[in-house]
Design a protein around this ligand. Structure first.
Ligand code: ADP
Length: 272
């Protein structure tokens, strides 16, 4: 339990670090983005003009200008620049918007502005988590969503996002070649249920019995720490909820996260 606590503090500080970095990067991204726009505005007409001058008959231009044009043309091929420049600028702007999107996803995921108990939309939490892990998941699985209408849930959203992330990444890891990950949500009598199901390798009863133990992993050294599910279990418990698993070897696995809508003040189930 002590280990789990330390680990959960460590995860929390990693979340804070990610959020801090995202926050710090935001301003420079803004500068670079607007400077890039200005540079495009300056550079494009100037090179357009140079390329035009180069195409004029030499005898229509003063000697000094011809010499200067020839000098510039040996430094940068003006025809090439004119063709290449829009592409370079477009690629830079696209790259920048990808960085912006990643930073936004990280901010949404770590909920930097709401680090504590809050009334949160868990469908939105599931989506922002999916955004963060999608790059890893998309090679393994098609993700199907079936979200029901959920009332706001009293929770520490950043921590529940951590649970969703562990479940989604585990689901992807369990899929040998290609498969499906289904995310479903529903509300039921004071509780919400978030279901993460995969068509992966499933688990034997022996593995299933041990998955919530800290450091239990069936993954190769370096790939698994065995901490994801034990940490998820304690986060769900802290919310007065339940974490259930259903699995069949060769068929797949289904994790159910039950969270009381009223948070840890809600009714607590004794069955685990
Ligand atoms: P890790 O992922 O680092 O191994 P976890 O605590 O998240 O640690 O998971 C423990 C073990 O539970 C995994 O090594 C794996 O054997 C099993 N497991 C977890 N999720 C799944 C899943 N969706 N399908 C099959 N096995 C799973």
């Amino acid at each position: 339990a002590q280990n789990q606590l330390l680990q959960s503090e460590k995860m929390a500080s990693i979340g804070q670090l990610a959020a801090g970095v995202a926050h710090e990067i935001n301003n420079p991204i803004g500068f670079v983005s607007s400077n890039l726009g200005s540079l495009r505005g300056y550079i494009e007409p100037v090179f357009g003009l140079l390329a035009l001058l180069k195409r004029l008959p030499a005898n229509t231009l003063p000697e000094a200008l011809n010499t200067e044009l020839a000098r510039v043309d040996t430094l940068v091929d003006l025809d090439f620049v004119q063709e290449d420049m829009p592409q370079l600028l477009n690629e830079s702007e696209e790259g920048l918007s990808r960085v912006k999107k990643i930073v936004q996803d990280l901010k949404d995921f770590s909920r930097v502005d709401h680090a504590d108990w809050q009334d949160a939309d868990l469908n939105a939490g599931l989506d922002s988590t999916l955004n963060v892990v999608m790059n890893e998941v998309k090679y393994k699985a098609e993700v199907r969503k079936n979200y029901g209408a959920l009332p706001p849930v009293r929770c520490i959203a950043a921590q529940l996002n951590q649970v969703f992330m562990n479940l989604i990444v585990n689901a992807a890891h369990a899929i040998p070649e290609r498969g499906t990950i289904s995310l479903s949500t529903r509300a039921e009598e004071g509780w919400v249920c978030i279901e993460v199901a995969d068509t992966g390798s499933g688990m034997t009863d022996e593995v299933k019995r041990r998955i919530f133990e800290p450091f239990f992993t069936t993954k190769p050294v370096g790939k698994g720490t065995g901490l994801g599910l034990s940490l998820s279990f304690s986060i769900v418990q802290k919310h007065g909820g339940r974490l259930e698993v259903d699995s069949e070897p060769g068929v797949g696995t289904r994790f159910l996260v039950w969270i009381p809508i009223a948070g840890d003040a809600g009714k607590r189930s004794d069955s685990q």
